[in-house]
Ligand binder design. Structure first.
Ligand SMILES: Nc1ncnc2c1ncn2[C@@H]1O[C@H](COP(=O)(O)OP(=O)(O)OP(=O)(O)O)[C@@H](O)[C@H]1O
Ligand SMILES: [Mg+2]
Length: 455
C-alpha cells in the first residue's frame, strides 16, 4: 500500500458530450452584431429583437461587474422564447461565468428544505477563480500509442496499461511514457494526433486545450482550434481553476462527514451553516491575499411564479448579501397570487423583489418568425420537411402555439418513415395533429364529458 495504490483511484473527469437534442439545443448565443443590434436570424435565434438586444446589454453589465446583487425578470406569453433568451445569455457569458438554471418548482421536489435548495443554487452560481503555477508537459500530440492488457476479471475486455506519447511545440519535442491513470484519461478525452494537451507533471491530470488549426479544417468537433504552443514541452504554467462556493462547501462538509461517520454521528444532506461561514471566511482571505478572485455568475429561475413567499423573501435577503449572484427570473403570469399567500402581485412576485429587477418583455411571434424557428428546429432534429409541411406547421404555430408545432415534428417524421418516406409531407403533419391534440382541444374534450355527466 503505497503512493501507487492511491493514484490508482484518481477520479477522471467525464467527457462533456450530449447527444440528446434538447428543446434549446439550437440556441448558440443572442445573435447580436458588434454594436449590439440583433440580426433577424443568428446563433439559432430568430426575431424577438428588442428582448435579445436588452439581454445583450445585461450580458455587458454582468461582464463589467455592474449587475451583482441585481436581477432581471423576463416576462411574456408562453412559447415566446423567455427560456431561450436565458440560454442565450448563458452562451454569451461563456464557460468562465457560472450559470445555474433551475425551475421554480424544483424547490418542492427534493428531500431538502426549500431554502436549502435555493442556498445551494445561489452558491453554485458564485465562482472562485484560483491561480497557481504548476509544472506541466504541454504540446501538440505528434504520436500516441496506447498499450492494452486483458481485463483481470473479463478476458474479452481490454484495458489500457500504459501509453507512449510524443508532445511537440514549435521549438521542442519530448517523448513520455505514462501509466495507466493517464492512459485512461487520454482515452476518455479522446485525445488523438493533432490535439493540443497538457499533463500536470505532479498529479497526472490531463487537459485538452483544443485541436491544431491545421488539423481541424474539415473537422466539426466541439474543440476550438489552437496554434501549436512554443517554448519547451516541460514548463511552468499559470493554471486557473474555477470552483464554485458550493464545490467548496461540499468538499469541506465531506471532510467533516468523514470524521462524523467515523465517530458514528448522523450525516445530513444539508450543508451546515457554519461550514458555509468557514468557506466564506477562507475565500475572503484568499481574495484579500490576491490568490483568488470572486466571479459572480447567474442564477436563472424559470417559471418564477412557482416560488412561494418563503422562497422569495429568502432570495431577496440573499441578494443583499456580499456574495450574491445575478438573479434572472422568467414567468408567463400577469397579476396573480404570490404562492403561499392571498396577496395578488404583478407576476406573483413580491414588490420588494420586483423593485430590484430590470424587466425584459418578449412578444408573440409573427408567422414569419415562427416559420424561421421551425426551420431551425427541423434542421436541429434532422427532420426534412417539404415546403407545404413547413407551411402547415407554421399555420399550427400561429393558430395554436409555437411549442405545439415544434412538438408535432417528430411524430410527423415517424409517420413519414412508416410510409417509407424520409421527407415529411403536409399529410404527415395533419395526421400527427389529429393524433396529438393541443391543450385547448384536450380541455374542451374533457369538458364535453363533464357536462354530460352533470346532466
Ligand atoms: N426567438 C427564438 N429563436 C429561436 N428559437 C426560439 C425563439 N423563441 C423560442 N424559441 C424556441 O421555441 C421553443 C419555445 O420557446 P421557450 O421555451 O423559450 O418559451 P418560453 O417563453 O420560455 O415559454 P414558457 O412561458 O411556456 O416557459 C423552444 O424550443 C425555444 O428554443
Ligand atoms: Mg420557459
Amino acid at each position: 500500500m503505497g503512493a501507487k495504490s492511491m493514484a490508482a483511484i484518481k477520479e477522471v473527469k467525464p467527457v462533456k458530450e450530449t447527444r440528446r437534442v434538447g428543446a434549446h439545443s439550437h440556441i448558440r448565443g443572442l445573435g447580436l452584431d458588434e454594436n449590439g443590434h440583433a440580426k433577424f436570424v443568428a446563433d439559432g435565434m430568430v426575431g424577438q429583437t428588442e428582448a435579445r438586444e436588452a439581454a445583450g446589454i445585461v450580458v455587458q453589465m454582468i461582464r463589467e461587474g455592474k449587475m451583482a446583487g441585481r436581477g432581471v425578470l423576463i416576462v411574456g406569453p408562453s412559447g415566446t422564447g423567455k427560456t431561450a433568451i436565458a440560454v442565450g445569455i448563458a452562451k454569451e457569458l461563456g464557460e468562465d461565468t457560472p450559470f445555474v438554471a433551475m425551475s421554480g418548482s424544483e424547490i418542492y421536489s427534493s428531500e431538502l428544505k426549500k431554502t436549502e435548495v435555493l442556498m445551494q443554487a445561489l452558491r453554485k452560481s458564485i465562482g472562485v477563480r484560483f491561480r497557481e503555477r504548476r509544472t506541466v508537459y504541454e504540446g501538440a500530440v505528434k504520436q500516441l500509442r496506447i498499450a492494452y492488457v486483458k481485463h483481470p476479471f473479463n478476458p474479452y475486455v481490454k484495458v489500457p496499461r500504459e501509453a507512449e506519447i510524443v508532445l511537440e511545440t514549435t521549438d521542442d519535442s519530448l517523448k513520455l511514457r505514462v501509466g495507466e491513470e493517464i492512459a485512461v484519461q487520454l482515452l476518455q478525452l479522446r485525445v488523438r494526433r493533432g490535439d493540443v494537451i497538457w499533463i500536470d507533471a505532479e498529479t497526472g491530470e490531463v487537459h485538452k486545450v483544443g485541436r491544431l488549426c491545421s488539423e481541424s479544417r474539415y473537422d466539426i468537433s466541439a474543440y476550438r482550434c489552437v496554434e501549436k504552443p512554443s517554448g519547451s514541452v516541460k514548463k511552468d504554467k499559470e493554471i486557473v481553476h474555477m470552483l464554485t462556493l458550493h464545490d467548496l462547501d461540499v468538499a469541506y462538509a465531506a471532510q467533516r462527514a468523514a470524521v462524523a461517520s467515523f465517530l458514528g454521528m448522523p450525516i445530513t444532506r444539508e450543508i451546515p451553516s457554519d461550514v458555509r461561514q468557514r468557506v466564506d471566511e477562507e475565500v475572503k482571505k484568499l481574495v484579500n491575499e490576491g490568490r483568488a478572485e470572486l466571479v459572480p455568475g447567474v442564477l436563472f429561475i424559470d417559471d418564477a411564479h412557482m416560488l412561494d413567499i418563503e422562497a422569495f423573501s429568502f432570495l431577496t435577503r440573499a441578494m443583499e448579501s456580499e456574495l450574491a449572484p445575478i438573479l434572472v427570473l422568467a414567468t408567463n403570469r400577469g397579476m396573480t397570487k404570490i404562492r403561499g399567500t392571498d396577496i395578488e402581485a404583478p407576476h406573483g412576485i413580491p414588490l420588494d423583489l420586483l423593485d430590484r429587477l430590470l424587466i425584459i418583455r418578449t412578444r408573440p411571434y409573427t408567422a414569419e418568425e415562427i416559420r424561421e424557428i421551425l426551420k431551425i428546429r427541423a434542421d436541429e432534429e434532422e427532420i426534412p420537411l417539404s415546403d407545404d409541411a413547413l407551411e402547415e406547421l407554421t399555420r399550427l404555430g400561429v393558430e395554436r402555439s409555437l411549442r405545439y408545432a415544434v412538438q408535432l415534428m417528430e411524430p410527423a417524421r415517424i409517420l413519414a418513415e412508416r410510409e417509407g418516406r424520409t421527407k415529411v409531407t403536409v399529410e404527415d403533419v395533419k395526421k400527427a395533429a389529429k393524433y396529438f391534440v393541443d391543450l385547448r382541444e384536450s380541455v374542451q374534450y374533457i369538458q364535453q364529458y363533464e357536462e354530460k355527466l352533470l346532466k
